[in-house]
Design a protein around this ligand. Structure first.
Ligand code: ATP
Length: 233
């Protein structure tokens, strides 16, 4: 069942066209890895899906509802949640307060604060700590937890590994794994091709704003994705 349909999307930063004629459909439970070199347009695409940057042309449909020009706060209520690059937590507020904020802008559903704490047990002892005092991994878990609290149909994750040590990235990915098996639909922007392909069911590679490869992960090798990544066909 198609949950998200992106049709001929163009997104600009002034004169620069960062996303060019991008189209894809996502089915419920898909885990899409969005890969590509720096500047390929991945973050811009994700931000346009979240409503943080409106497209110049094309359409975005969520559950057959037109989303293209809907402002970002309403998209959360419609079922799209973004975990932005750099996490953007409220550093003077506690873990619990940040998580509860996710609830207020979201919609009813299965994700409760207790479920977030059981998905991210490393947060339990940090429940009343200000997020500014947390480690990078704990902050990332809080940011993902906050997004889940809005009960999204689609979770958008922008470079969850950024700035984290390999060991901590392993832990965050292990926690993500439990989300994946619970059937959450995810779009994951990730620099590390191996990690991305390790968890995703599908991969889209962007090059200079365009989709140059779109395939189920099981039908493609890492070498083929690497070639697309560098524009070598
Ligand atoms: P990265 O991995 O570096 O984040 P990316 O694939 O996510 O790369 P984007 O950040 O979407 O790529 O950038 C796509 C293009 O748009 C780049 O050329 C970038 O310089 C440009 N760009 C991104 N944000 C802005 C902005 N706010 N204003 C102007 N140009 C921007």
């Amino acid at each position: 069942m198609t949950i998200l349909s992106v049709q001929n999307l163009d997104v600009r930063h002034g004169l620069l066209q960062a996303v060019r004629d991008v189209s894809f459909d996502l089915a419920k439970g898909d885990v899409l890895a969005l890969v590509g070199a720096n500047g390929a347009g991945k973050t811009t695409l994700l931000r346009s899906l979240a409503g943080a940057h409106l497209p110049a042309a094309g359409r975005i449909l969520l559950n057959d509802q037109e989303l293209t020009l809907v402002p970002s706060h309403r998209r959360i209520a419609m079922g799209i949640a973004l975990v932005p690059e750099g996490r953007r937590l409220f550093s003077q507020m506690t873990v619990e307060e940040n998580l509860l904020l996710g609830k207020t802008s979201g919609r009813p559903g299965d994700w409760t604060i207790d479920r977030v704490f059981s998905a991210f047990p490393n947060l339990v002892p940090r429940r009343h700590a200000k997020t500014g005092h947390l480690s990078g991994g704990e902050q990332q878990a809080t940011a993902i937890g906050r997004a889940l609290m809005s009960n999204p149909d689609i979770l958008l994750l922008d470079e969850v590994s950024l700035g984290l040590s390999p060991l901590v990235v392993d832990r965050v990915y292990a926690q993500l794994q439990s989300l994946l098996t619970s059937g959450t639909t995810i779009i994951l922007v990730e620099q590390d091709l191996g990690r991305a392909m390790g968890v995703a069911s599908r991969v889209i590679c962007m090059l200079e704003g365009r989709v140059v490869l779109d395939s189920p992960v099981k039908n493609i090798t890492r070498d083929q994705v690497t070639k697309a990544y560098f524009g070598l066909h």
